[in-house]
Write a protein that binds this ligand. Structure first.
Ligand code: RIB
Length: 297
C-alpha cells in the first residue's frame, strides 16, 4: 500500500471554551493544548498508522514548530524526505466548545509556499503510489500539478475538497473519489444538500463532470456515496464524542487504505467510518489509532 500525500502540515493551538467566541466578546479559555495537525498531515498519519507506506510532499516552517511537526511525522512512520523548510509553520487556532463544536482560524504559513515546481521535482513519489491523497490547504496550482502527474501514471486520486472552495472542471475530471462534507458539496455544486434526494442530485452533477465517485461525510448521520454503479448510505455508530477535529481527515486516510487493499467502495467507507468514529473519542487531530484497525475490518 503506497500512498502519496501532497498537502498541509500545521501545529494546532487548541483552546477549550464554554462556547465559540462571538464578535466583540472576550472569553476565558479553560484549557490550552498543542496538537499536531493540518489536513494533509492528519490524513498521512492515519494512513501510516493503518499500515500504509506514506510519502509526504509539503512544507514546514524554518522555526521550532517546523522541527517538531516534521519529527512527529517521522515518529508516525511517514516518509518526510520531500518536506522542505521555509517561512513559518502553519498554525490552526482552534476553539473547542463544551458542546463539541469547533471553530478554526488558519494561518497557512509555509503551506502556501509549496510550489508546483517542488511537486515536479518529487514527481516519482506520486508516480510510484497506488493512491494520491489531496486536500485544499495548499495553493490550488499545486493541487492541480500533483493531480496531473497522478493521472498521467494512472494513480488513483482521492481529493478532500476542504476547506471549501471552487474546483475547476479540469481537476474534477481527474478525481477518482471526491470526499466533501455537506457544506463543501453545496459550495461545489451550488445545489441544496439537505435531503437524500438533494445529495443524489448534487453528487450526480459531479459524476457528470467526470468524478469517479463522491463520498459525502455527514458527521453523526454517517455518509452518502454515489458512483456510476451504486449509491448508498452508511450509518454512523453512536460514540462518546470528545473532539471532532481531524475526524474527516481520519476518514480520508482510512478510505485511501481501504481502496489500496482492493476493497469495494462501500467496504472502504465502512472501514473509514469506524476509524473516524474512534478518532472523535480522543483529543487532537492525530490520536494514536489502536493496532487492531491495521487488520482489515
Ligand atoms: O481537519 C482538521 C485540521 O484542519 C486541523 O488539524 C487544523 O490544522 C486544520 O488544518
Amino acid at each position: 500500500m503506497n500512498i502519496a500525500v501532497v498537502g498541509s502540515i500545521n501545529m494546532d493551538l487548541v483552546y477549550l471554551v464554554p462556547h465559540i467566541v462571538q464578535a466583540g466578546e472576550t472569553l476565558h479559555s479553560t484549557k490550552h493544548e498543542l496538537f499536531f495537525g493540518g489536513k494533509g498531515a492528519n490524513q498521512a498519519v492515519t494512513a501510516s498508522q493503518l499500515g500504509a507506506n506514506v510519502d509526504f510532499i509539503g512544507n514546514v516552517g524554518a522555526d521550532d514548530f517546523g522541527e517538531l511537526v516534521k519529527l512527529n511525522l517521522q515518529d508516525k512512520g511517514v516518509n518526510t524526505a520531500a518536506i522542505q523548510k521555509v517561512g513559518l509553520t502553519g498554525q490552526a487556532i482552534i476553539q473547542l466548545a463544551d458542546s463539541g463544536e469547533n471553530s478554526i482560524v488558519l494561518f497557512p504559513g509555509a503551506n502556501f509556499l509549496v510550489t508546483a515546481e517542488q511537486i515536479q521535482a518529487d514527481r516519482e513519489r506520486i508516480e510510484k503510489s497506488d493512491v494520491l491523497l489531496l486536500q485544499l490547504e495548499i495553493p490550488m496550482a499545486v493541487v492541480e500539478a500533483a493531480a496531473n502527474i497522478a493521472v498521467e501514471q494512472g494513480v488513483h486520486i482521492i481529493l478532500n475538497p476542504a476547506p471549501a472552495q471552487q474546483i475547476s472542471n479540469s481537476l474534477l475530471s481527474k478525481v477518482s473519489i471526491l470526499t466533501p462534507n455537506e457544506t463543501e458539496l453545496a459550495i461545489l455544486t451550488n445545489l441544496k444538500t439537505e435531503t437524500e434526494e438533494d445529495l443524489f442530485q448534487a453528487c450526480s452533477l459531479l459524476l457528470q463532470k467526470g468524478v469517479g465517485a463522491v463520498v459525502v461525510t455527514l458527521g453523526e448521520k454517517g455518509s452518502y456515496y454515489l458512483n456510476q454503479n451504486e449509491r448508498g448510505h452508511v450509518q454512523a455508530n453512536q460514540v462518546e464524542v470528545k473532539d471532532t477535529t481531524g475526524a474527516g481527515d481520519a476518514f480520508n486516510g482510512a478510505l485511501a487504505v481501504g481502496m489500496c487493499r482492493g476493497n469495494s467502495l462501500r467496504e472502504s467507507i465502512l472501514y473509514a467510518s469506524k476509524v473516524a468514529e474512534y478518532v472523535v473519542t480522543q483529543m487532537g487531530a492525530q490520536p494514536a489509532i489502536p493496532t487492531y484497525f491495521r487488520v482489515n475490518k
